[in-house]
Each structure stands twice: as structure tokens, then as C-alpha cells.
Design a protein around this ligand. Sequence first.
Ligand code: GDP
Ligand code: MG
Length: 572
Amino acid sequence: MHIIATAGHVDHGKSTLVRALTGTDPDRLTEEKERGLTIDLGFAFTDLSSGRKLSFIDVPGHIRFIKNMLAGVGGVDACLFVVAATEGWKPQSEEHLRILELLGIRHGVIALTQIGLVDDELAQLAHMDVEERIENSFLEGAEIIPVDSLAGTGIDALRESLDRLTESVPTANNNKRPRLWIDRAFAATGAGSVVTGTLTGGRLRVDDEVALVPGNTTARIRAIQTQSESRTKIDPGHRVALNLANVDYQELGRGIALVFSEQWHRTQKFDAAIRILSDLNHDVSRRGAYSLYVGSGEWPVKIRVLGPNRLMPGSDGHVRIFLPENLPLLPGDRFVLRESGRDETIGGGQVLDVDPVLKASEAQPDLSVERVVAEREWVTVGELERLTGVPAKPVLGHWVASETVVAALEEEVRSLVEQAGPLGLDVALLDERQRLAINNLQEVQVSDGRVKSIDQEDILVDHPILNELEKDPFSPNQPAQSSREELRGLLQRGLVVQNEGVFFAASAIDQASIRVAHLLQDKPEGVTVAEIRDALKTTRKFALPICAVLDNTGITRRRDDLRIAGPRLPKI
Ligand SMILES: Nc1nc2c(ncn2[C@@H]2O[C@H](COP(=O)(O)OP(=O)(O)O)[C@@H](O)[C@H]2O)c(=O)[nH]1
Ligand SMILES: [Mg+2]
């Protein structure tokens, strides 16, 4: 299916032509029928002879209803541009052409209507006029088909032209990220709330839970219709009517989008590329009351020109746009900017950054995903996809970062480990990303919850605490309170021994056991603590814990106040 919007000046025959092509009068409202004037969007569809289906969105041409026109043309593939041969090119012919161009529409057919009301010469003139007007626009080279919708002249030729057009227009993208900007919402008798819109981006199914943004409302899709047929699922590129459960139709309205909540970043501020229309007779600056048209909505916005203070007619530039509500936008979304006071279209362009992090004076927005990553340093894959619409590959856990940033993190962890020295670093002290980075480092390893350099493992034996303890082995200076953490490592590896809060080098205990063995050779019936103390040339304060360690390890055994040989007393 393809979706095509009409465009052109009021009374040039857009609605009449849609009726001639589809058999449906797109002017639905009583007021429209009475006044013979399209006020709001109209919808109709037809089957082409190729079998392709074509949906029409008929828009109002009158300047007063340009807002409704803009609500209808988002998400369409192509346009049916209508110019009456009787009147030729008129102001809203020009404005609609500019708007369609700003919205990024690239395909179209031109119908030269009311051909039965003019002679051949006038028809020729109108044809040439149109050709000239569309030069250098996306419509340049498009087919121009003379028709008379009332007499039926040229309608078949136009249908064939539309068939050729739809063949050349690519079908809608499916990024598994559906979004439906509501263009109508109403209460249907017996069915509850119904919304209609053009579905883009991804598939919707009956029973899907959808969020309505802006707002905090969610709803369940109870039923789906397209071209008056019921469906259980619907692909992008269709005109869709959804029957929603769990929501009052008064909470719904034009401008609201229906999306899967977790897939979208909601933004109240975005950076964009903008083109200022060249026939504007003034510059564009932050002063002025602007209306932004994006999706199916119209929003009063403030703008700030990025870089220079003002943009000249016909120029391209960048702006930061401030919205009154959060909208589910993505880079690449098209918009039109009008100045509310003067009621004129200023320009339009595309969204580049839905969550700018840099100050307006520093921002240099573009569509690159790398820039979004670089400006954040670290961003999760989920967040990055919400910000750019592009699926991303994580580089560390679920994180994305540039090569430089990852390298800097690895360097940081490497140096933290180095600084920690032989005992290594408590993994619990690292943050999530530092911990993940350990896996990327060849030269470190984790054991017992500590990360240490592989080539530092054996340097433990050279640890300063150990050296200090070994200096005066039987009366060692006790390590500072601050080195508890490192002491634990030395104790774990058996390089340091502790009793009652007194620390010794393990080698001191080995030496003590040899001295005690000598003492016991002379006095096998046992030696006192005082004798051991004297043999080790130390004080009672150190002799007591040394004896305790010797008892505990089976080198000596205690009998009343004496130590006798234990099973592990060294043989000498
Ligand atoms: N004779 C003739 N009249 C037309 C043709 N197209 C539109 N009209 C008449 O022109 C008037 C405006 O047409 P309408 O479709 O409402 O114009 P719109 O504002 O562009 O939608 C109506 O009275 C139509 O009957 C045509 O091809 N031939
Ligand atoms: Mg009309």
C-alpha cells in the first residue's frame, strides 16, 4: 500500500479529484459539504490496475487550515499535486510545494484540473506555467496530467500515472519501532475510542500495549482496521484505524503519538537542521512566535539559532527548538516552522539530535551516531538506540563508547591495579565499567575478589610491610593501622603470621622454632617463656604471642608453665 496526499490551492479541485479516483467524497463534515470547502483531512482509497492499493489523504488548501494540511502530510510517500488550469499557480500552490519539499517528500504527480473549463491554448499556458514553477523542486520532471474530474476526462490516464508513481516509490521502512501520529480521535458507538493515523516504522498487533505521548496514558489495541477491513496485525505504510481499550477518547487527539513506551526518548528540546525559505522577506532569529509542525501536531515553540544569531532567507543553518511538551522524536524526523504572528511558513528541516548535551553555543549537531556517543563518553545500547533509532553494538557489557574512551578506561584500571601493588585491588571498590574493563586486560587477573598484575604476584614476598617485619624479626615494628587491607593479603598467602593482634614475618616463626629446638635439646623436660624470651633477645610482649603460635602449629606443646617438644618441632 502507498499513501498519497493531495496538495494545492483552495478550490483547484483536490477533493473532487479524489472522489473521481476513489468514489468516496473526502469531505466528511456537514460544514464541508455545505460550504464546498475542505476544512479537515479527508480519507479515501482505491485499488490500482497493478493491484497496488493507494490511500489518499485529502488536505485543505485554504491558508486558514494549513495546520490541518500539515497534520496530514507527515508519513506520506508522495503527493498528488493539483493545479487548476483555470487559475494556474496560486499562493498556496507555492506554499504547499515548499512545505512538501521541507517535509522531505520526493515523489509526486501533477493533475492539471478543470481542463474542461479552458480552451487548448489556456491549457497549454497553464501546463507551461506549472513546468516552470516546479523547476528545481522535487517535482521537476514529474508527469503533468490534464484532467476534468466532473467530465471524467483524463482520470484513467491519471490512474495509470499514479500506478507508475507507486511502482517507483519505495515502500515504508520497518525498523520494528512503530509510531502512529494520531490525526483523528473519536468515540465510536459501541466501540469506545478510535484513533486514525498513518503507521510508520513498525508493526502493530491487536493486544499491544501502547503509550500515548505526550502524556502518561497507556492503552491496549482492541482492534485494527485498514481500508475498512479488520486485521490482527498491520505493517507500516498503512492508513490505520485503531480501537483502543482502557482510554477515554477525550485524552486522545491530533498531535499525540502512539508508540511502544520503552523504545522512545521523549524530548522537549532538540537540535535540527533548518532551511529558511528564500522568498521570506526577513531574517529569522530567536525573536518571534513560532509554531512547529511535527508528526500530526502543532506546537508553540521557542527557537535558538545555533552559531550565528540569525538566519537569512534562503540559507541553511541549525536551530535548537524548545517544545512545551515531551514528544517521541528521532533524528531524521521532518518538521515545518511557521511564524504564528505573520501566518507564514518560515522554513523547515530535520531533527538531528533529540537530546542535545552540549550548550547551544557549542553544539554542532549532525546525524552521526558517533557524535552522540562521543558527547556522552558512555551510553548504554538501549539509550543509544532510543536517541538515534539505530541499533548499536556494545563494546563493554551493555555500554557503547568510542575506542579512545575504552582505551582510556583500560589505562585507568591498569594504573589503579599497578598502584595497588602486589596485593592487588579489591574488585568491590571498582565501578561497573572498571570491573568490565578488567576482562579486556591481558596483564591482570582476579583471585579471591582482588585484581592484581600477573607479573606482580611474586613481588608479594618483597612487600614493604614484610621487609619491615623481617628487620627485627622477634621484636618487629608493627604495621600501621592503614595497611590492614594489605596485611590481609599477606596473611592469606602465609607470608605474615598474627597472634593476639601482634604480627610477625612467617620467617621469624621459622627461625624461632629452630632456636627453641636448640633450647629443648639441652632441656628436654621443658623451657619457660622467660628462657625463650632471652634466647630470642626480645620482650615478654613478643615472646608470649610467639609461644602461642609455636603451640598452635604443633612445634611446641604446653605443659603447665613449660613448653615441651611438639610433633612438628624441627629436627636438628
Ligand atoms: N468543471 C470542473 N469543475 C471542477 C473540477 N474540479 C473541481 N471542480 C469544481 O471546483 C470546485 C472546487 O473543487 P474542490 O474539489 O472542492 O476543490 P479543493 O478546494 O481543491 O478541494 C467545486 O465546485 C468543484 O465542483 C474539474 O475538474 N472540472
Ligand atoms: Mg478540498
